[in-house]
Design a protein around this ligand. Structure first.
Ligand SMILES: [Zn+2]
Length: 212
C-alpha cells in the first residue's frame, strides 16, 4: 500500500485556517489550488507573492495590472486566478528566467510602467529548513517524508520569505498588423510571422506532421 505523504486539498484548507490566514486570502488559496489541481509548494508561495505585491501597490485584484512571471513553474497560476491576468488577455507574460519572482505593473499609457517586483529571498529561507531544501532542489529534500512539512513552513512563513523592489519596465503597446496567406499551408498569419516564403508554423516552429 502506498503511503499518503502529502496533504489532501481539504487538509490544506484546514491548515490555512489553523495558520490564521484571513478569509479573503483563504478563498484565493482554495481557488488557486482548485485551478492548479493540487497544492504545489510553488503555487502556495505564489498566492502570498501576488497578495503582497497588490498590498505594496495599494491595488485591488480587479484593477488593470500587468504581470510578468520569471518562471513557468507554478507561479503563473495565482495571477490568472486572483487577478484574471491571463496569457490570452495579454496581461500575463512568462519569461524563462528561472527565478521565483514576478512583477506587477498597473496599466500605463506611457513608455514606462512603474510597479513592484516580489521575489523569494533565499537569505530569508534560512529559518525554514525544509522549505530551503525544497527551494534549492536539494537531494536532501525527501519528497516521501517532507511534503507536509514544506506546506506547513510555507503557511507559517507567509510573506516573511519575500522581498521586493520598486521597478519600472518598458511597455510594449499594441502594434498594427496585417494578415498574410502562407503559400505552403494556405492559412492566415500576421505578416511579421512569415519567414520568407513560409509561415513560422511551416518553418522554424513546425511541431507536427499530418497522419495519413
Ligand atoms: Zn504555413
Amino acid at each position: 500500500m502506498q503511503m499518503v505523504t502529502e496533504y489532501s486539498n481539504r487538509e490544506v484548507s484546514e491548515r490555512l485556517v489553523a495558520a490564521g490566514i484571513k478569509p479573503e486570502l483563504r478563498e484565493f488559496f482554495n481557488a488557486c489550488i482548485d485551478f492548479h489541481t493540487y497544492a504545489a509548494p510553488g503555487l502556495l508561495i505564489g498566492v502570498f507573492m501576488v497578495d503582497y505585491a497588490l498590498e505594496l501597490l495599494g491595488k485591488k485584484p480587479t484593477d488593470r495590472i500587468y504581470v510578468t512571471c520569471e518562471t513557468h513553474k507554478c507561479l503563473p497560476d495565482p495571477p490568472q486566478v486572483i487577478m484574471h491576468a491571463t496569457i490570452g488577455n495579454h496581461r500575463l507574460r512568462v519569461l524563462p528566467i528561472g527565478k521565483f519572482a514576478l512583477t506587477l505593473t498597473p496599466f500605463s499609457a506611457n513608455e514606462y510602467a512603474e510597479g513592484v517586483r516580489v521575489y523569494v529571498d533565499r537569505k530569508k529561507l534560512e529559518k525554514y529548513r525544509v522549505l530551503a531544501l525544497w527551494f534549492d532542489n536539494s537531494p536532501d529534500f525527501k519528497a516521501g517524508s517532507m511534503k507536509r512539512q514544506v506546506v506547513d513552513e510555507i503557511l507559517t512563513a507567509g510573506k516573511d520569505i519575500l522581498s521586493f523592489d520598486r521597478i519600472r519596465l518598458k511597455v510594449t503597446h499594441k502594434k498594427k498588423w496585417r494578415s498574410a496567406t502562407c503559400p505552403s499551408c494556405g492559412e492566415q498569419v500576421p505578416e511579421d510571422l512569415m519567414e520568407g516564403e513560409k509561415c513560422v508554423g511551416c518553418g522554424s516552429l513546425a511541431y507536427y506532421e499530418k497522419c495519413q
